[in-house]
Write a protein that binds this ligand. Sequence first.
Ligand code: CO
Length: 162
Amino acid sequence: MKKHFYLSARKRGLLWAVPITALLLSTAPAAASALECSVTLQTDDALRFAPSYINVPAACKDFTVTLTHTGHLPPLAMSHNWVLTKKSDLDGVARTGMLAGADAHHVDQNDKRVIAHTKLIGAGETTSVTFAVAQLKAGEQYVFLCTFAGHSPIMRGTLSVQ
Ligand code: CO
C-alpha cells in the first residue's frame, strides 16, 4: 500500500512537469528574439547617466533614447542633456556644446559631429530623441555626454552597435 502511494505521487509529479516544460519552451524563443530599440536613461543631481552603456541592435531601424531627470536642484544649477557623437569627436562636441549656451540647449546646430541629441531638461522633466540606426556603424566607438556647463568631463557614457 505504501509503495502504491509512492508511485502515485511520482506520477502526479510528472503530470505537473509536462506543462511547465512546455511553457518554458514556448516563451524562451520569443524572449531571445525581442528587439530592444529603445532605452531609458536615469539621471539626477549627480553627474551621471544610468546606465552608462547603450547597445543598439543593428537590426533596429530607429532607436529611441529617453532621458529622465529625477533630481531636485534648480535648472540653472543642474540641467542635463544627452548628446551622441563619435569617440574621436568628443572633445570638440563638448566645446561647441558648452559655448552654445542654455538657450540653444547646449548644442551647436552647425556642428555636424553631433549625431543625435535631446533638449536640455531640469529636475522632474523627461525628454527623448529618436534617430536612424543606419547612420551608425558597427565597430565604431560612440560616446554620449551631457554638454551642460562643466558636466562633459564626467557625465558621459559609451554606445555601440551590434
Ligand atoms: Co548634465
